[in-house]
Design a protein around this ligand. Structure first.
Ligand code: NAP
Length: 331
């Protein structure tokens, strides 16, 4: 535990996750004197990259969070959120919650080192992780450090990618952002998209469409990744003509969306939708289907998925938890 404060027998509230939602919940809960305990997650790099701090740890410049007229880097923003939560007495554990028993109160959580924590309330803020296409050679090369990655910001600046042709798969804001970032290092960045229009916001699209180093390959899917120890190219299929072709690239960055990190909630009574997002009982509030368990951020939001909307949801979760605890006579 980062903090030296002694743990109570039963926590008031445990916050699981440490992105904008988790830290905002912690700031509000700490200021409400709930002495929150945050499980910030354990770093993992294989095959997805999961870091305490969440997806903003893999983001360079955040330009759309109000209050930062000149932008701020994602990791700096998360360090500041964390420092603010700690300032008000938040206790932090670097680790994951592996199991939840919400069948009786106080709830029982078990962490990934088999430590058991009792708590009156829980706030889930575990976010989401990057998706992969699911090709055999994609995963093999990703896991072997062979030039396939789901995070251009983490890996794109490596010397092996300098002045090389690279490819990004996807048509959303993440793909635009990653491709734009890679143009700083690459000779050419191919953006491979399965349709003939991007899903990304107009301003982000423009950054790619106007960039002389970026070339868009429309209506195409990556059907294989070529190369032994290192990627040498990708096999493409034009989805309109079914024609296949090879494209030489020395790096492949997958940017095709995310999956909510909610696997640990299976069979706990916290209802998930068919994509694994936590269901809200009332879309305007943060209550889940288990009274006393609240949720905030990308693990419950397949629509907005912004740092600022996640922070807002974290705030709601802490206020809802505080009120619920008071209603139960727990102060
Ligand atoms: P997204 O918006 O869901 O886009 C995913 C993209 O990947 C789509 O273009 C989709 O194609 C494509 N795709 C999905 N599965 C695929 C597959 N199996 N094979 C090939 N292509 C596939 O995800 P995102 O770009 O990660 O963005 C998520 C959220 O974060 C959005 O709300 C976005 O606005 C936000 N975001 C914002 C910023 C920013 O403002 N700076 C930066 C990054 C992300 P289709 O279009 O055909 O479905």
């Amino acid at each position: 535990m980062t903090s030296t404060a002694q743990a109570p027998d039963v926590e008031h509230v445990v916050i699981i996750g440490s992105g904008p939602a988790g830290w905002t919940a912690a700031i509000y809960a700490a200021r409400a004197n709930l002495k929150p305990l945050v499980y910030e997650g354990r770093p993992k790099t294989n095959p997805s990259i999961v870091l305490p701090g969440g997806q903003l740890m893999l983001t360079t410049e955040v330009e759309n969070y109000p209050g930062f007229p000149h932008g701020v880097t994602g990791p700096q923003m998360m360090a500041d959120f964390k420092a603010q939560a700690e300032r008000f007495g938040t206790r932090i554990v670097t680790g994951d919650i592996a199991k939840c028993d919400f069948s009786k109160r106080p709830f029982t959580l078990t962490d990934d080192e088999d430590k058991v924590i009792k708590t009156h309330a829980v706030i889930i803020a575990t976010g989401a992780t990057a998706n992969w296409i699911g090709l055999k050679n994609e995963m093999r090369l990703a896991m072997a450090g062979g030039g396939v990655s789901a995070c251009a910001v983490c890996d794109g600046a490596l010397p092996v990618f300098r002045n090389q042709p690279l490819a990004v798969v996807g048509g959303g804001d993440t793909a635009m952002e990653e491709a734009s970032y890679l143009t700083k290092f690459a000779s050419t960045v191919y953006v491979i998209h399965r349709r003939n229009e991007f899903r990304a916001s107009k301003v982000m699209q423009k950054r790619i469409l106007d960039n002389p180093k970026a070339k868009v390959i429309w209506d195409s899917a990556v059907v294989d990744v070529l190369g032994g120890e290192k990627i040498e190219g990708v096999k493409l299929k034009n989805l309109k003509t079914q024609a296949e072709s090879n494209l030489d690239v020395k790096g492949l960055f997958i940017a095709i969306g995310h999956t909510p990190a909610t696997g640990f909630l299976k069979d706990t009574g916290v209802e998930l939708d068919d994509k694994g997002y936590v269901k809200l009982v009332d879309g305007f509030r943060s209550a889940t289907t288990v009274p006393g368990v609240f949720v905030g951020g990308d693990c419950a939001d397949s629509i907005y998925r912004q740092a600022v909307s996640a922070a807002g949801m974290g705030c709601k979760a802490a206020i809802d938890a505080e009120r619920w605890l008071a209603e139960q006579g727990i102060h």
